[in-house]
Structure formats: structure tokens, C-alpha cells
Design a protein around this ligand. Structure first.
Ligand SMILES: [Zn+2]
Ligand SMILES: [Zn+2]
Length: 295
């Protein structure tokens, strides 16, 4: 781990930034940003991860990709404690949005994703995708099930019986996220956090969901890739092919012609395709290992 950190500290990008980067995850002003956050990528991780992810530690363990994140967003949020440099005042957006009582705290999630996931062989129908927790054995569990490009947790898109996941957005901050009662900051839907990573890396020029040239949000524990309104190379999505959670199989090839995954199940959360543009509810592949939730 120390060696990976040392490598991460000697990249050209860090040198160009000069002493703005202190490598403890914050810049001179104490701010956690895409430039200051700590991250490391082992030399043997697939290019998909080192190309698209930031603010996260990624290594290989046999045939598993191991992603470790502290889940702290590299941007301001009203959900940081008020004493944190990344805190900003709540914007109630005309009185429609109300902050929840939780706040962000450091997590220690470790997600192990099979390099070659095995499909369960299920068909994802409207009956399975009901946005309600614990209505099927095929659902992802509650809590962190994946990670966004900026190291922030992805949750599934279910609410407890009697609640509607669609209503949760009125508690989201300006980055379309909120913290759980155990202080894990997370997304259920399209968000500018991941797209800001794509902008920083030169893949897109805007981080407004639905309008970016390429929309990739993250990856889930089982290997399901979460995209937005485009394929990885920026091409249009063949909407007619999608299952009940916006998913289908396809090669994930980027604009340079690099094929990162062949025949990989991935979903498109895109309001222009489905007004219920959420993270996947149903786990397509057979393995999901997430450990290290904060005590
Ligand atoms: Zn939530
Ligand atoms: Zn697709």
C-alpha cells in the first residue's frame, strides 16, 4: 500500500500541480477535490479502472478487482459537518428540498469485483424492478453496492415498503446525493459527481446529467457497469433493447477504440430513456462482495 501511494505521488499530474497537493487528501485550503484526493492504482488493474476512476484505491487480488474507498465526496456538500472545509450552506431550491438529519463521515468500503463475472441467468422484468426493498432474492442488498467514478458509494434504487424512492431526491444536495443514517454518502441516480471526473479527464465538457458527451457513472459489486444516456464511446443507446432497469449486454468500447469489456451487462440511467432513471435494483451477476462499512 505504501509503495502504491509513493507511485501515485510521483505522477506528472501531481508535479504539474506543484505543492497544491499534500497527499493527505486535501489541498492547501483543506479542501477535498478531484485534484487533492488520495488515490492509488496498482500497475495490473484493468485500464477501465485506471482510466475512469479517481479518489479511490484499486488493486488486483487474483481474479478480483479490489476497490477501496473512504466515500468522502471530492466536492462541497451541505452534508459535510459544518466544521469541514468542504461544507456549504443548504440550498432549498425554492423550498422544495429539505436536508436530512444525517451527515458525511469517513467510511472504509472494500468492494471486490470479479474480473470475469458470471451471469445468474435471470431476465430482468418490470415485476422484478418494483423500486421496493426485499421483494425479490435477486435484488442487490441495502447499503453500498457499487462505487461512482469519484469514489462515492452507489446504492440500489429501492425504498422500504410504503416509501417511494422517487421522493428521496428532495433530500439530495446539489450533487444528487445524501448520507445514510450511518453517514455513508451515496447516489441512487444520475449525478454530476461522476461526470465531473469525465470532464476533468477530457471525456466530456459538461457534468450536467443527460447532456454530457459520454456518461459513465460507476460500477457495481457484481461487475454491472452503470452508464447514463450514452454508450462508453459516446454513441446513442439502442433504447428498444433495454430491460426493465435500463440494462442490456454489449461491448464497452471507448472513443479510442479500446474494448474494456466484451458482452458486459450494463445499465443506462437516463431520464430521457426512462423517467425512473435509477441505479440498478436487480443484481445480474452472481457475486457481490462489499465489506468495511463504518462501525
Ligand atoms: Zn439513499
Ligand atoms: Zn448500452
Amino acid at each position: 500500500m505504501l509503495m502504491m501511494l509513493a507511485l501515485a505521488c510521483t505522477t506528472a499530474e501531481d508535479s504539474a500541480d506543484g505543492d497544491d497537493v499534500t497527499h493527505d487528501g486535501v489541498d492547501d485550503e483543506g479542501l477535498r477535490t478531484l485534484d487533492s484526493c488520495a488515490e492509488s492504482f496498482a500497475a495490473d488493474v484493468p485500464a477501465f479502472y485506471s482510466t475512469y476512476f479517481r479518489c479511490i484505491d484499486i488493486s488486483m487480488d487474483g481474479d478480483e478487482v479490489v476497490l477501496g474507498t473512504n466515500d468522502l465526496p471530492p466536492h462541497k456538500s451541505s452534508y459535510y459537518p459544518e466544521s469541514d472545509p468542504n461544507w456549504e450552506a443548504w440550498d432549498d431550491r425554492g423550498g422544495e428540498y429539505t436536508q436530512n438529519p444525517n451527515s458525511i463521515a469517513t467510511q472504509g468500503f472494500v468492494i471486490r469485483i470479479p474480473a470475469a463475472p458470471v451471469a445468474k441467468g435471470i431476465t430482468i422484468t418490470d415485476a422484478l424492478v418494483d423500486l421496493t426493498m426485499m421483494t425479490s432474492d435477486e435484488e442487490y442488498s441495502a447499503g453500498t453496492i457499487g462505487v461512482g467514478l469519484d469514489g462515492v458509494s452507489l446504492y440500489n434504487a429501492t425504498a422500504g415498503p410504503g416509501d417511494d424512492i422517487r421522493d428521496e431526491k428532495y433530500g439530495f444536495d446539489m450533487w444528487e446525493a445524501h448520507p445514510s443514517p450511518d453517514s455513508a454518502y451515496h447516489h441512487h441516480s444520475p449525478n454530476p459527481g461522476a461526470l465531473a471526473v469525465l470532464v476533468a479527464a477530457g471525456f466530456a465538457t459538461t457534468s450536467v446529467p443527460g447532456t454530457a458527451e459520454v456518461e459513465l457513472f460507476g460500477i457495481n459489486c457484481d461487475g454491472t457497469v452503470v452508464l447514463g444516456c450514452t454508450e462508453l464511446d459516446g454513441s446513442d443507446v439502442a433504447a428498444g433493447e433495454l430491460d426493465a432497469q435500463g440494462g442490456h449486454l454489449g461491448d464497452l468500447r471507448d472513443a479510442d477504440g479500446t474494448t474494456h469489456f466484451e458482452g458486459r451487462y450494463h445499465t443506462h440511467m437516463c431520464a430521457a430513456i426512462d423517467v425512473d432513471a435509477f441505479t440498478p435494483e436487480i443484481q445480474y451477476y452472481d457475486s457481490c462482495e462489499v465489506a468495511g462499512a463504518a462501525p
